[in-house]
Ligand binder design. Structure first.
Ligand code: CA
Ligand code: CA
Length: 422
């Protein structure tokens, strides 16, 4: 089902770069053509009440009476009868942080001049995070699958194609066969929950960019991801406009849970709390899967104005930093609710059309953390609980931005080295 009403989207980073911080409450007004309220820094949303009033809604959903992992759309004419029997809720529409190339000349933007072929390993994020140090332990294991729940992934991108998860049983089958009987016919490289068919495309670019940050190949061309040997499982739930609904997101999460993902990377969100979405996130955690989510791009405090799925219990929520190791102006924060920060400003990565591009957002910081977690899992020599992995991620972080995050700014070198010695 596609969104029917346009009400809310994350504030664009282009607006942020103009220096006009808008809290969530004013984002709608700006979107409609009003002017920003002020230029005084990240204080706009602090203390304001959480609000879902302006969140886009696309119908009503409820859990399926026959399958607790399936969410159904409740037709208007059935609403009274169905919702008397079970809990119904609005089918919220979530969006990517609308990410644009940064205006700043610092950061990875300069790398674009180097062009394809340089496989830039000196990008600022890599240096700050200590990725080279981490690679002394591992480049990642192909047994570690990272689900990227996003706008899809360009699976034939030359810098991604070798690292896309393949369901071998289905690869040998035909369009109509469901050889592994998981309910999805011919799901060779993940699934498209936006159009409900096998995954083939990314019509936005956002998911392809996130995938490259995690696992672009170490192949002497383009860019290289944090964990260049792990596998990406592309799960599309957002369309060309970067928006998708709760039901499709939930279906994607359960697909990841049931089909082998160890990490789920979520560079999307919104202010609408959904009991059914929260239940899916909890199910992932119960299965021992690391759930990573973007804090949001509203310059607001998630302690007071929660963003979902970032604010659900157990989620590794991620704020964004820049080339100066400062918190990005657009980034949401929360000393009690945002787990850690990672570079998200001006990140150069893979893009649709077999190209590369710099984008900014907590959307870009999130796959840095998902990639790091995948690298850490690859380095482990014995079974360790998810809680211990997350505690180590926290303990090894650089103790900066503690007014904005719980743990500080991620340090991949220290984290992976620590896990390799567990
Ligand atoms: Ca199947
Ligand atoms: Ca490469």
């Amino acid at each position: 089902m596609k969104p029917q009403f346009v009400i809310f989207r994350f504030r664009s980073v282009t607006l942020l770069s103009l220096g006009a911080p808008l809290g969530f409450a004013t984002a709608l007004a700006f979107f409609m053509g009003a002017c920003g309220p002020g230029l005084s820094g990240r204080t706009g949303a602090e203390g304001s009440a959480p609000s879902t009033a302006a969140l886009e809604v696309s119908g009503t959903i409820a859990v399926s009476p026959t399958n607790s992992e399936e969410v159904i759309v409740v037709k208007d004419e059935d609403k009274e009868a169905v919702c008397a029997q079970t809990d119904c809720e609005p089918n919220y529409v979530y969006s990517i942080g609308e990410t644009q190339p940064g205006e700043s000349s610092s950061g990875d933007v300069a790398a674009e001049a180097l062009g394809v072929g340089s496989e830039v390993s000196s990008l600022y994020a890599r240096k700050i995070l200590g990725v080279e140090k981490a690679w002394e332990s591992t480049l990642g294991s192909e047994n570690v699958i990272v689900a990227v729940i996003d706008t899809g992934v360009e699976i034939d991108h030359p810098d991604l194609k070798d690292n896309i998860y393949t369901n071998e049983l289905e690869a040998a089958g035909t369009d109509s066969e469901d050889r592994d009987a998981n309910g999805y016919a011919h799901d060779v490289h993940g699934w498209d929950f936006y159009e409900d068919k096998p995954l083939t495309k990314d019509e936005n670019g956002h998911g392809t960019h996130c995938a490259g940050i995690i696992a672009a190949s170490l192949n002497h061309m383009g860019v290289v991801g944090i964990a260049p040997k792990v596998k990406i499982m592309p799960l599309r739930f957002m369309g060309p406009d970067g928006r998708g609904d709760t039901r499709a997101a939930i279906r994607a999460i359960y697909y990841a849970i049931n089909n082998g993902a160890k990490v789920i990377s979520n560079s999307w969100g919104g202010p609408g709390g959904s009991a059914l979405l929260g239940k899916a996130v909890a199910a992932a955690r119960k299965k021992g899967i690391l759930f990573v989510a973007a804090a949001g791009n509203d310059s607001s405090n998630n302690d007071y104005s929660p963003s979902y799925p970032a604010n659900y219990p157990g989620v590794v929520s991620v704020a964004s930093t820049d080339a100066q190791d400062a918190l990005s102006g657009f980034s949401n924060y929360g000393a009690q609710s945002v787990v850690l920060a990672a570079p998200g400003s001006n990140i150069y990565s893979t893009y649709i059309g077999h190209t590369y591009k710099s984008l900014s957002g907590t959307s870009m910081a999130t796959p840095q953390v998902a990639g790091a977690l995948a690298l850490g899992l690859s380095a482990l020599k014995k079974d360790v609980t998810v809680n211990k992995v997350v505690k180590s991620l926290c303990d090894t972080s650089d103790r900066i931005h503690l007014d904005a995050t719980i743990c500080g700014r991620m340090n991949v070198g220290r984290f992976v080295t620590a896990l390799a010695h567990f």
